[in-house]
Design a binder for this molecule. Structure first.
Ligand code: NDP
Length: 284
């Protein structure tokens, strides 16, 4: 029997409805400050989508479009101001930045209670320590998909392919926090397919189109495909979905799997941020 398709669009739609109800129940709507530097077309599309969904959920859209040649000093000062501004609940610095800007020190200027992308050092420490905080959106979205699909995590073998700070590492931490036994693979892993076959859960986040085929999948496993690639025949992920469907128990499609969850989790984080100490000063 071919694998069940895990419908990320449907899960994300339900989550957005819940978020809109949560926002309506707050004394004041949270405000999301999106910072777009320059005119990278892909980034512009992502930010437009985030802003649209933020407004649809009843939140305040506090957008800043900044020139591509803005200096690190000026951008850093803006982030400091937003971090201290009680009207601002969450701050999102859209990456990648133009080459002359180093993202790491700029991200660090985001107040950790407003770090809705979950990428600052404090958010990372909170994740690793299991303390309350804002989690990176894509891995948090994967966890929600696994829960919605009823996938048992406790004691399960989970294999994560990729170790980026954005996806792979936080993904592994979130799975570990739910008592999965986690293996992280990367470009130096020997016999990748054999290691992947250990996984009851396989999360592919390598950024290589259709890299993982049926030989990398344990029969009945749940396969989560984080990868997203634009190819001549349309969008595809890191998994050869058609071939893997014959082996896996459940699989996320590309598009329509993990992708829709990422923005929904950004909205979720903004609501969570409204309850963190930095927002308490704003009376929200
Ligand atoms: P990165 O390029 O930052 O990281 C890729 C990771 O995969 C690295 O750790 C790398 O290993 C590893 N890797 C690369 N090639 C191989 C290989 N042949 N075998 C094993 N491991 C390999 O990517 P991201 O983590 O940022 O993103 C991963 C994918 O997810 C991309 O396709 C991206 O577009 C997509 N993505 C999708 C999102 C969504 O919302 N759906 C959100 C974010 C990302 P090493 O460390 O050794 O170099």
């Amino acid at each position: 029997m071919p694998a069940t398709i895990i419908d990320g669009r449907a899960v994300a739609a339900r989550l957005r409805e819940q978020i809109a109800r949560d926002v309506a129940a707050l004394p004041e709507p949270p405000g999301l400050a999106t910072l777009l530097v320059g005119d990278d077309p892909a980034s512009a599309v992502y930010v437009a989508s985030k802003r649209r969904q933020c407004v649809q959920a009843g939140m305040r859209d506090l957008h800043h479009h900044l020139p591509a040649d803005i200096g690190a000093g000026e951008l850093g000062e803006l982030i400091d101001r937003l971090s201290a501004d009680p009207e601002v609940t969450g701050i999102l610095l859209q990456l990648p930045l133009p080459r002359h800007l180093d993202p790491a020190p700029l991200l660090e200027r985001i107040h950790p209670d407003k770090d809705v992308d979950g990428l600052t050092e404090t958010s990372t420490a909170r994740l690793v320590l299991g303390a309350p905080g804002l989690r990176p959106c894509t891995p948090a979205g994967v966890m929600m998909l696994l829960d919605e699909a009823g996938v048992p995590l406790e004691g399960a073998e989970a294999v994560v392919v990729g170790r980026s700070n954005l996806v792979g590492k936080p993904m592994a931490q979130l799975l570990l926090a739910r008592n999965a036994t986690v293996t992280i693979c990367h470009s130096r892993t020997r016999d990748l397919a054999a290691v992947c076959r250990r996984g009851d859960i396989l999360v592919a986040a390598a950024g290589v189109p259709r890299m993982l085929g049926p030989d990398a999948v344990k029969p009945g496993a749940t396969v989560i495909d984080v990868g997203i690639h634009r190819t001549a025949d349309g969008l595809c992920g890191d998994v050869d979905t058609d071939a893997v469907r014959a082996v896996a128990g459940a699989i996320t499609p590309v598009p329509g799997g993990v992708g829709p969850m990422t923005i929904a989790m950004l909205l979720r984080n903004t609501v969570t941020a409204a309850g963190l100490p930095a927002a308490a000063h704003a009376g929200v």
